[in-house]
Design a protein around this ligand. Structure first.
Ligand code: UDP
Ligand code: MG
Length: 148
């Protein structure tokens, strides 16, 4: 099953948007496979965002991500990586369509509430990084009502 790593950033946790974000993925029909609140270390965040290490906004991004706990989740289902990012909205919330999480709840790119993996490969890397003990699969009876 395809899996993605979705993370509510510190602003989203503090603003009480964890439930809203979880609910959108639940209502869509995706399967919750793991969920944790955690205070990430700088090293952990630098590893998560390693691809962006050369960008001018990198230090600001890491400091933002260190302002409070994050809620990390693994969601599974058909097309969940790509559709998950559509549900989050464009990186810059001013370009995010209404109806997306960023389009509905935030304004600035440096406070854009949430993270979603950008490919199946990076999703698996991120899941291994944030859930090193592994994520257990389970059968959902409701899948017969969601998938044809
Ligand atoms: N970011 C930023 N300024 C920028 C671009 C990105 O502060 O000009 C932050 C923003 O929080 C974004 C994160 O860096 O979500 C990671 O950037 P990426 O390009 O991976 O965007 P995402 O995959 O989160 O949409
Ligand atoms: Mg990204």
């Amino acid at each position: 099953m395809e899996r993605t790593y979705i993370m509510v950033k510190p602003d989203g946790v503090e603003r009480g948007l964890v439930g809203e974000i979880v609910q959108r993925f639940e209502k869509k029909g995706y399967q919750l496979l793991a969920l944790q609140l955690l205070h990430p270390t700088k090293q952990h965040l630098e590893q998560h965002y390693a691809d962006l290490a050369g960008k001018p906004f990198f230090p600001k991004l890491i400091n933002y991500m260190l302002t409070g706990p994050v809620v990390g989740m693994v969601w599974g289902g058909k097309g969940v990586v790509k559709t998950g990012r559509v549900m989050l909205g464009a990186t810059n919330p001013l370009d995010s369509a209404p109806g997306t999480i960023r389009g509905d709840y935030c304004v600035d790119v440096g406070k854009n509430l949430c993270h979603g993996s950008d490919s199946v490969e990076s999703a698996e890397k991120e899941i291994a990084l944030w859930f090193p003990d592994g994520v257990r699969a389970y059968k959902r009876h409701v899948d017969s009502l969601i998938y044809e």
